[in-house]
Design a protein around this ligand. Structure first.
Ligand code: FAD
Length: 376
């Protein structure tokens, strides 16, 4: 597409920041409109595989990623009560060579900071909450709650699970609460009092699970996240303060190794787990969706953010090579939907790495060079 194309991205999350960096590298003029006045340090970690590292490599950020986060020695699945190891995927040099990249666990705020680094100053317009879009022949006009209007040739909706851009294309629809909540906590590792834990462990219970991992190479910060049943969620998608006692009661019967770790979590925050049923309408006219805006998945494969970053790589390629927005967007959607649908299916099943799992198709994939079909 013509490098004079004005590109507006709504949302400076993982998808928006990544696609902005790639498009600027290719010479496009890009503005990101972000509702928050500035970024705060949300207490949560994220797991990323070599499929994501390969995208950050194209932005010269792979080394920062691998040095800021931890390259865990393995992903270990353990039975909730006996503590038996159900599966272990070892991330040694041979594994990194096979996947062509590292596996990294990192604090989300650190990842966010890294993804902003390649952007030209002023790319992100903070305090701009999208209110509406008007797709007219001479350009797409975006209106924001602060009264500002902006005109662009194409609009990328990267505004998350409650996407306003999605509402414009598909109409308003509440995300689906899946009957699980996620109590989470971040705390310093010295609270473990010498207890030795593995770098990254998922504890599998009959109707709940807990993920525990370090987020830094110094192994000084730990992230614990559980998924436990809940009848209802009365709030919106915003997390609420939780209670440590409720958290510990939800883990009754779990193995002592996990309980000793969980006991160190004093400040617990509770998040609702939400997703959306699959919907393959990802674009209309000059407007296209990416990330959670078009395929919010439940976090049980730890892959929603990875899919958002992969989307960025493929959308970037389709925009660079596309003759016009329609051709670019339908090629992007056609190439992404089958892979994302598989991730969505596995996330609903919650079976990923519970036992021996074929993982190469996921981690060895390179969204920056994988062959793309011509059209949807
Ligand atoms: C408990 C939990 C654990 C998870 N763990 C993992 C994991 O380990 N690995 C992984 O890959 N994924 C994980 N995920 C999924 C991952 O967090 C999401 O899939 C990912 O953040 C989606 O990125 P995004 O850029 O599409 O949206 P977001 O990161 O949600 O970004 C959207 C951005 O748009 C902005 N925005 C929203 N509305 C507007 C508006 N109207 N105007 C302007 N700006 C707006 C928001 O402020 C935000 O900055 C997890 C999710 C949950 C809930």
């Amino acid at each position: 597409m013509d490098r004079q194309t004005r590109i507006a991205i709504v949302g400076a999350g993982l998808a928006g920041l990544t696609v902005a960096g790639l498009l600027q590298r290719s010479g496009f003029s890009v503005a990101i409109y972000e509702q928050t006045p500035n970024f705060s340090r949300i207490g949560a970690g994220i797991i990323l595989g070599a499929n994501v590292a390969k995208v950050l490599r194209r932005l010269d950020l792979e080394q920062s990623l691998a040095e800021t986060g931890i390259r865990p020695d393995a992903f270990v699945s353990r039975a909730w009560d006996s503590g038996d190891t159900l599966y272990e995927l070892t991330f040694d040099a041979a594994c990194e060579a096979r996947f062509d990249g590292p596996f990294v666990n990192i604090h989300r705020a650190d990842l966010h900071r890294i993804l902003q680094r390649p952007l030209k100053p002023g790319t992100i317009r903070f305090g701009h909450r999208l209110a509406g879009i008007d797709d007219a022949p001479d350009g797409v006009t975006l209106s924001f709650d602060n009264g500002v209007k902006a005109v662009a040739d194409i609009v990328i909706g990267a505004d998350g699970i409650r996407s306003k851009v999605r509402d414009v294309i598909l109409g308003y629809e509440e995300p689906r609460f899946i009957g699980r909540i996620a109590p989470r906590a971040v705390f310093p590792a010295d609270r473990l009092g010498g207890l030795e834990i593995r770098d990254c462990t998922k504890w599998w219970g009959p109707d709940r699970h807990v993920l525990v991992y370090y987020m830094t190479p110094r192994r000084d910060e730990i992230y614990v996240m559980a998924a436990v049943p809940a009848d209802r969620w009365d709030g919106d998608g915003t997390p609420i303060p939780g209670s440590r006692d409720d958290f510990m009661s939800a883990l009754e019967g779990f193995h002592p190794d996990l309980l000793r770790t969980a006991e160190a979590a004093t400040d617990v925050t509770v998040w609702p787990i939400m997703d959306r049923p699959r919907d393959d309408r990802w674009h209309a006219g000059r407007i296209v969706l990416m990330g959670d805006a078009c395929h919010a998945v439940r976090p049980f494969m730890a892959a929603g953010g990875s899919m958002a970053i992969e989307d960025a790589a493929v959308l970037h390629r389709c925009i660079v090579e596309g003759a016009d927005p329609q051709a670019a967007f339908s090629r992007y959607a056609g190439n992404r939907i089958p892979r994302v649908a598989e991730v969505q299916r596995i996330s609903i099943d919650n079976t990923w790495m519970h036992g021996p799992t074929e993982v190469d198709w996921f981690f060895a994939y390179d969204p920056c060079s994988a062959p793309l079909d011509a059209a949807s």
